[in-house]
Design a protein around this ligand. Structure first.
Ligand code: SAH
Length: 265
């Protein structure tokens, strides 16, 4: 059994399988870990970097322990650790596990960079809800500037990875940072397109999200969206929608919008 895997309830999945020692009728959740697709070869996988650190140093897993390895694009396998070295471990894949808990619809989210660690908060919560692509764009009234990214993307990807591992996801969301809203808008591909605007009252987000088709959802910065900005987005097919009569904070609005799109079970 993966020692410590059930510990704090993090990094575990409902999938359970073979355990070391064979004596276990107790089914405990397996530790779950995303690896790069290239880490899988010849019926095995190599854990290094963050995955090695997490399995061996944090969860204190050893040769013979089982875990769930995910390639980030929807495939997962139960696997047994074979050799644990100083900074690398090898594993044998045992059984492919079918993807479960996949979100009911494809949702992409566009948000501006928010103050402090609020962008991370939105990425974490919306990964749990099932967003598959995050797009960070500069808004006219953005309080925080992009400044070329500066390691931000790596941090954002790490936040998404641990949120995805923790909630049972088989896929890693994509994270993209854009230099301009237009560059982002030019490549939007989903049929559904909504932008939450605090000055919209006619169309509610709930009504607009009824369909279930793939959609791109957008929200504005702490300073709000300008009318001109909303007109530009409307030119790319984004319908302005309301999230109710209260003004939500810039981190609350995207979480509420994604919950509306993804939590209608
Ligand atoms: N500073 C602005 C509010 C910005 S709220 C003001 O005081 O008017 C940040 C973002 O959250 C908005 O740009 C919008 O995208 C979204 N938002 C917040 N409340 C909303 C609501 N009731 N309806 C639609 N969008 C909302």
């Amino acid at each position: 059994m993966a020692r410590g895997a059930g510990g704090k309830g993090v990094n575990s999945a409902r999938a359970s399988g073979a355990s070391r020692g064979g004596g276990g009728s107790t089914e405990r959740p397996l530790a779950r870990m995303f690896l790069h697709p290239e880490a899988f070869r010849d019926g095995g996988a190599v854990l290094d970097g963050q995955a090695f650190h997490h399995a061996v140093r944090v969860l204190r897993m050893a040769a013979g322990d089982t875990l769930l390895l995910l390639d980030g694009s929807g495939r997962g396998w139960t696997a047994r650790l074979e050799r644990v070295m100083r900074s690398e471990a090898t594993a044998t894949l045992l059984h492919e596990v079918p993807e479960d808990a996949s979100p009911g619809r494809e949702v992409h989210l566009a948000i501006p960079l928010l103050k402090g660690d609020r962008t991370e908060l939105v990425l974490q919560k919306c990964t749990e809800l099932g967003v598959s692509e995050f797009h960070i764009y500069p808004a006219e009234r953005s309080v925080v500037r992009m400044d070329g990214g500066g390691g931000k993307r790596e941090r954002f990807v790490a936040v998404c990875r641990s949120a995805a591992e923790q909630c049972g996801a088989f896929r890693m969301p994509e994270v993209r940072l854009w230099d301009s809203a237009r560059a982002f808008l030019e490549q939007v591909r989903t049929p559904g397109r909504l932008i939450a605007w605090e000055e919209e009252s006619a169309l509610s987000a709930r009504d607009a999200l009824g369909g279930g088709e793939p959609c791109t959802l957008a929200t504005g910065p702490e300073g709000g969206l300008t009318r001109e900005e909303v007109d530009v987005w409307a030119g790319y097919g984004f319908r302005p929608v309301s999230l109710g009569r209260r003004i939500l904070r810039a981190e609350t609005a995207p979480i509420a919008l994604c919950a509306l799109a993804l939590c209608a079970l």
